[in-house]
Design a protein around this ligand. Structure first.
Ligand code: 2P0
Length: 349
């Protein structure tokens, strides 16, 4: 019977790791940021969300299954994404009466991460990017990744950057309606195919202070933050775009490490202070410094998000130097044994 027909689409979306960090909202409802950001999208083979969206007149409610468990779909941000996607589908149906009325049907969303959820590995970024693209595919929307980024952004800010592979900028925009706060491709992954990332899982536990509340506290209380958004980030965005364009790893690495340090300094300058990095994280910083000093040039760059895990960028040609330096350290240092268990293999781009 036609009224029980199930329409279905599946997609995957990768994790992205920012090298110029998003931290601060100027509009919490629309997820409009106080600064632009730039990220590198990791390979789908390593860290990704797989989402299947289906709809049917026979479905009674919207349902989300995340890693096999029923999950909340009623949050304002998820609802904003669903509303926007249904509105776009309804506009297509209004124009073409032969299209099935999918916009009126309930949705079943089945989503799976191949990495720990909410462990500071940007699961919300891949999650919302996959959710938006799966539904957009189901609805056969003629939307570009940049157009979809406007919707994914409302689910989770960093999700807008996971609609693209490679090197991606989220332009903060200036409009109050957020229509210019979108992701654009800076360069495809193929532009710099030697880039690699090593992920050190210092802790796979759920993070203490959520990004949303952490950044609200930083915006409200940190003086250093004002300098970061006015001067530091605009300069880092420019330098980073130039470094990527020129495939200049030393420049890429310096901006990446400086921006991570600046972000964590504003967290420490928040009142009360927020600490995402721990002793294992700080040992990773020292390890990267030792690797670069021994190599006599910059061959590795660390960065940390809203959690203790380190991401270390390096080029394939320096694989033996970087990984070779990390393995003995993992054995030698107290506190590294646990980190070693979580050592992920290198991520190909
Ligand atoms: C980033 N982070 O640029 C920064 C660096 C964490 C540190 O984007 O509130 O989960 O959902 O918009 O995107 C994490 O924040 O925050 C984040 P919401 P989101 O990747």
């Amino acid at each position: 019977m036609s009224d029980t027909k199930v329409y279905r689409a599946s997609t995957t979306a990768p994790v992205n790791i920012a090298v110029v960090k998003y931290w601060g909202k100027r509009d919490a409802k629309l997820n409009l940021p106080t600064n632009s950001s730039l990220s590198v999208t990791l390979s789908q083979a390593d860290l990704r969300t797989l989402t299947t969206a289906s709809c049917s007149a026979a479905y009674k409610d919207d349902v989300l299954l995340l890693n096999g468990e029923p999950s909340d779909l009623t949050g304002a941000r998820t609802q904003a994404c669903l509303r926007e996607l249904r509105t776009r589908r309804a506009a297509l149906e209004d124009k073409d009466a032969s299209l099935p009325k999918l916009s009126a049907m309930r949705l079943l969303l089945v989503s799976e991460n191949n990495f720990p959820t909410a462990a500071g590995l940007a699961s919300s970024a891949a999650g919302f990017a996959a959710l938006v693209r799966a539904i957009a595919d189901l609805y056969e929307l003629p939307s570009s990744p940049t157009e979809l980024s406007l919707i994914a952004r409302q689910g989770s800010g960093s999700a807008c950057r996971s609609l693209f592979g490679g090197y991606v900028a989220w332009q903060m925009g200036t409009q109050a309606d957020g229509l210019d706060s979108q992701a654009v491709e800076v360069a495809p992954a193929s532009h710099w195919p030697e880039m690699r990332a090593l992920i050190l899982v210092a802790s796979a536990a759920k993070k203490g202070v959520s990004s949303t509340s952490g950044m609200q506290q930083t915006v409200a209380t940190s003086g250093l933050f004002q300098q970061r958004i006015a001067d530091v980030v605009p300069a880092n965005m420019k330098r980073m775009e130039e470094a990527v364009a020129a495939r200049d790893f030393a420049a890429f690495a310096e901006v990446t490490m400086r921006d991570s340090n600046s972000f964590h300094a504003t967290c420490a300058d928040t009142y009360p202070p927020i600490f995402y990095m721990n002793d294992v994280s700080r040992a990773a910083v020292r390890a990267v410094e030792a690797i670069n000093a021994a190599a006599g040039q910059t061959v590795a760059a660390y960065t940390f998000d809203a959690g203790p895990n380190a991401v270390v960028y390096y080029l394939e040609e320096n694989k033996d130097t970087v990984l070779g330096a990390f393995y003995p350290l993992l054995e030698k240092l107290d506190g590294w044994k646990e980190g070693a268990k979580g050592l992920k293999s290198t991520v190909q781009f």
